[in-house]
Ligand binder design. Structure first.
Ligand code: F6R
Length: 612
């Protein structure tokens, strides 16, 4: 949450900062600000409440703020309401230190009181102002230079931070520090960059350093130098980012979300191609050996939000194909419930960003207990990717829309591959079945394309839902897992209340909410459970529900109980989530458009949830 960016080079900094922030707006968008040093080494700080466009207007797209060294921030409020005063950058009254921050300083109240006693006063409610003034305090008290002042601050604060600072005494230099919040440093052609995420600087460089926890850095236009907490210089390797710069642009689509929905066939294909060689799953690069796979006595899938929903699907698929007991848990619950873990279990952390605070904490909890960890992650070099024992990358590329679509789809593929490999190596799948399942996976991209070709029907149906107040999704087994994702997609971008229910649970309470006109979306892709869910549909319909059925071609009897039916191509029911989710993504998208909402940046949300 919150996006940070910084640049020092020969070009005007403000337009680069604003451009970078526009790529990070998905991380927070209630206010934004930049601080740039001009040729006289004076700082200009400009902030605006609201979307980035307000800051762009206020600065004439950056042209009104001269200088070649600057930092910027787009905010998702944690401490203090969204307002211009609370927006970053923050600075000391004498502008000795100016900074932006992503993360949370947990002991900021105590530090604030300490600083007040030392004569500091505060204009905002933010923890960031406290940390900036604490750096200033150590800097002036000990006269020890930026690195030592930042290091002393890092030892004193509790919490998470990606901190980017400028010091009055050090023109042309940007100083950074990190713990648990994402940060990358890029360098190219006489300029250095810092950002929360790759898309912000992809246009300018593909060569990045990953800065570790408790590390600091100094950026000049000639490059970057890194330091540990003792102030000693440390060496880092440049890593080349393979993502296309275009991948982080809309490329003619009206929104990132619809672009990313359309990218799913490619993303699925690339994830398959990366992990399947000559018709066989190849996890050799991941280091997941036969010995490890056979030693596993149980699996925990741990994740948040949509990634958790992908985990719920994987739970069904893994148990079915590999007969390993699987539990899927919300990371925020797992980490605090003192789980009883067996050393032979495997913890699978699923995360697009690889930075989700709860998922990262769950991973660390597992590692502390000596349990093997495998991460299914999209962002290369992210914290979860770096800390897990094994990493299975999804090849979704940069996902910009806050509501995930293509990353979820890629996660499913990773989960299927894992399940098939476990099934094969643990003796539950013979060669013929193994080959058949992989072939079936390879049909998914074309089948998604076919669903996308029919999107106008869904667009038409979205009109009927645009004024709804409550929408229920029902299904059984994997269909229930699909409902969870469909319901989350709808509520997060259309703000319509919606719930996913295991269809068999309806009669245990929820059916009392069904009355004339209430919309019920039933998902029926699981052959074994089809008749059962049809009965639940009929029960809702006979109480007045307006009903949509989502099923596979051939299941035409759904039309008897549905007002509108959407068909997906036939597929092995274990993989049906990959197809059934697509119409639900489209439905949410079109309902949100119909309601005139900001699809890519829904209210109160941020893409990367780096706070608890
Ligand atoms: C919903 C959505 C979120 C994320 C969740 C986990 O559309 O995107 O629910 O799935 O915040 O994020 P990652 O996968 O980055 O750990």
């Amino acid at each position: 949450m919150c996006g940070i960016v910084g640049v020092v080079g020969n070009e005007a900094a403000a337009p680069i900062l604003l451009d970078g922030l526009s790529k990070l707006e998905y991380r927070g968008y209630d206010s934004a600000g930049i601080a740039v040093r001009n040729n006289n080494d004076e700082f200009t700080i400009v902030k605006a409440k609201g979307r980035l466009k307000d800051l762009q207007e206020k600065t004439n797209d950056g042209l009104a703020v001269p200088g070649t060294c600057g930092i910027g921030h787009t905010r998702w409020a944690t401490h203090g309401e969204p307002s211009e005063i609370n927006a970053h950058p923050h600075s000391t009254d004498d502008k000795n230190v100016v900074g932006v921050h992503n993360g949370i300083i947990e002991n900021y109240q105590e530090l604030r009181e300490k600083l007040i006693k030392k004569g500091y006063s505060f204009y905002s409610q933010t923890d960031t102002e406290v940390v900036v003034k604490l750096v200033d305090y150590y800097y002036k008290k000990y006269n020890i230079g930026p690195i030592d002042a930042i290091a002393k601050t890092m030892v004193r604060v509790r919490g998470s931070y990606a901190l980017v600072l400028m010091f009055k005494d050090f023109p042309g230099e940007i100083w950074v520090a990190r713990k648990d919040s994402p940060m990358i440093i890029g360098t190219e052609n006489g300029a250095s960059y810092v950002a929360s995420d790759v898309p912000a600087i992809l246009k300018y460089t593909r060569n990045v350093y990953y800065i570790g926890n408790h590390e600091m850095g100094r950026l000049t236009k000639d490059g970057a130098t890194f330091y540990n907490l003792d102030g000693e210089e440390i060496k880092k390797d440049l890593v080349e980012i393979k993502w296309d710069a275009e991948a982080a642009e809309k490329e003619g689509y009206e929104h990132f979300m619809i672009k990313e929905i359309h990218e799913q066939p490619r993303v699925v294909r690339e994830t398959l191609n990366t992990h399947v060689k000559d018709g066989k799953i190849d996890f050799s690069e991941i280091g997941l050996t036969e010995e490890v796979i056979n030693s596993v006595t149980g699996i925990y899938m741990v994740a948040c939000g949509s990634a958790y929903h992908a985990g719920v699907v994987m739970q069904y698929v893994m148990e079915s194909l590999a007969r390993v007991p699987v539990r899927c848990e919300l990371a925020s619950e797992f980490r605090y419930r003192n789980p009883i873990l067996d050393p032979n279990e495997l913890i699978v952390i699923i995360s697009q960003s690889g930075e989700t605070a709860d998922s990262l904490a769950a991973l660390r909890e597992a590692k502390t207990q000596g349990i093997k960890t495998l991460a299914i992650v999209n962002v290369v070099g992210s914290s979860i990717a770096r800390e897990a024992d094994y990493v299975l990358y999804t090849l979704a590329g940069p996902e910009i829309a806050v509501a995930t679509t293509k990353a979820y789809s890629a996660q499913l593929i990773a989960g299927y591959l894992l399940s098939i490999e476990f099934g094969k190596l643990r003796g539950h799948l013979d060669d013929a079945k193994y080959t058949e399942l992989i072939k079936e996976l390879e049909t998914i991209p074309d089948k998604i394309t076919k669903i996308l070709e029919d999107k106008e029907r869904i667009q038409w149906f979205s009109n009927k839902l645009a004024n709804s107040t409550d929408i229920f999704f029902i299904g059984r087994g994997i269909d229930y897992a699909i409902c969870m994702e469909g319901s989350l997609k709808l509520k997060e971008i259309s703000y319509i209340h919606s719930e996913a229910y295991a269809a068999g649970e309806l009669k245990h309470g929820t059916i009392s909410l069904i009355e004339k006109g209430i919309q019920v979306i039933s998902v029926l892709t699981q052959t074994d459970l089809f008749e059962k869910t049809i009965s639940n549909m009929v029960e809702c319909k006979s109480r007045g529900a307006y009903s949509m059925g989502l099923t596979s071609y051939g299941n035409y009897s759904v039309e008897d109980s549905a007002d509108f039916t959407v068909y997906i191509p036939k597929i092995n029911p274990l993989f049906a989530a990959s197809l059934a989710v697509v119409p639900l993504q489209l439905l949410s998208y079109y309902v949100s458009i119909e309601r005139g909402l900001d699809v890519d940046k829904p209210r109160n949300l941020a893409k990367s949830v780096t706070v608890e």
